[in-house]
Design a protein around this ligand. Structure first.
Ligand code: AP5
Length: 233
C-alpha cells in the first residue's frame, strides 16, 4: 500500500456498530498515513489482560457488552492523545461512543491546531461505516485475531492460510471474549442506544460522512482514502 506522509491528517473518527470494520480500516489508514490507531477497545483489553486498576474496573462491564464509564475512557484517551506520535493526527476507533464523550472530545480539541499544510482547527473528520445487521453478525462470529501482532482475520471473509494460525507469525488465533453470541446482542443494543446520538451530534455539526461499509474491504478502504484526501485537497 502506497504511503502518504507529506501532510498532517488531523483527527479521524471511525464510527460504526460492532463488527462494522473500524479496526480493519483503522489499520489500513495507519499504514498509509503513518498516524496511530487509538482503539479504546484495544487499550481496555490490554488493561484487562495486565490486570491494571482500569482493567479491573472495565473487565466485567466489557464481558456483559456494556460501555465502560465516560470518566474512565475519557481520561484514558486524554493520556493517549498527549503522546508525541499523535502530532500529525490519529484515528479514533471506538471513541467517542456517547454524546458526552463527543462533547468532551470537542472541548479537548477546541484550541488544538494541525499544520495541514497551514494551521487548521483540529475538528475530526467523522466517517460512519454503515453495515447490514446480518452481515454484522457474520463478521463478529467469524472474527479471529492474533494475540501477538493484532492482525484481524475472518473465517468467512478473510481466512488465514492455515486454519486458526496467524499468517505473519504462526501464533494460534483467538476469539474475543465479547464475540460470544450472548454478548453480541447487548453490544449492538448499546450501540443503538448510546452511540446513535453521537452520529446525530456530528450530523448537526456538519461533520458526519456516512459510507457503505457492506462493500468488500478494499473498496471501503478506497472510499476512506478518497474522503481523507479530498478533505485536505
Ligand atoms: P471495541 O473493541 O471498540 O469493539 P466494537 O466497537 O464492538 O467493535 P469491534 O472491534 O467488534 O468491530 P470493528 O468495527 O472494529 O470490526 P473489525 O474491523 O474487527 O469495544 C469493545 C468494548 O470495549 C465495548 O463493548 C465496551 O465495553 C468497551 N469500550 C470500547 N470503547 C469504549 C468507549 N469509547 N466507551 C465506553 N466503552 C468502550 O471487523 C469485524 C470482522 O469483520 C473481522 O473479522 C474483519 O475481518 C471482518 N471485516 C471487516 N470489514 C469487512 C468487509 N468490508 N467485508 C467483510 N468482512 C469484513
Amino acid at each position: 500500500m502506497a504511503q502518504e506522509t507529506s501532510r498532517d491528517v488531523g483527527p479521524v473518527v471511525l464510527l460504526g456498530p460492532p463488527g462494522a470494520g473500524k479496526g480493519t480500516q483503522a489499520k489500513r489508514i495507519m499504514e498509509r498515513y503513518k498516524i496511530p490507531q487509538v482503539s479504546t477497545g484495544d487499550i481496555l483489553r490490554y488493561n484487562v489482560a495486565q490486570g491494571t486498576e482500569l482493567g479491573v474496573a472495565a473487565k466485567a462491564v466489557m464481558a456483559r457488552g456494556e460501555l465502560v464509564s465516560d470518566d474512565l475512557v475519557c481520561e484514558m484517551v486524554r493520556l493517549r492523545l498527549k503522546q508525541p506520535d499523535c502530532k500529525r493526527g490519529y484515528i479514533l476507533d471506538g471513541f467517542p461512543r456517547t454524546a458526552a464523550q463527543a462533547e468532551w472530545l470537542d472541548a479537548l480539541l477546541e484550541n488544538e491546531l494541525f499544520d495541514n499544510p497551514r494551521p487548521t482547527r483540529a475538528w475530526p473528520i467523522v466517517i460512519r461505516l454503515e453495515v447490514d445487521y446480518n452481515q454484522l453478525l457474520l463478521r463478529i462470529t467469524g472474527r479471529r485475531s492474533c494475540p501477538t501482532c493484532g492482525r484481524i482475520y475472518n473465517v468467512h471473509f478473510q481466512p488465514p492460510q492455515v486454519d486458526e494460525i496467524c499468517d505473519v507469525n504462526g501464533t494460534k488465533l483467538v476469539t474475543r471474549n465479547d464475540d460470544r453470541l450472548e454478548v453480541i446482542q447487548p453490544r449492538l443494543a448499546a450501540y443503538q442506544e448510546q452511540t446513535t446520538p453521537v452520529a446525530e451530534y456530528y450530523q448537526r455539526t456538519g461533520r458526519l460522512i456516512s459510507i457503505n461499509g457492506d462493500r468488500p474491504m478494499d473498496e471501503v478502504t478506497q472510499q476512506i482514502f478518497r474522503i481523507l484526501e479530498d478533505h485536505h485537497a
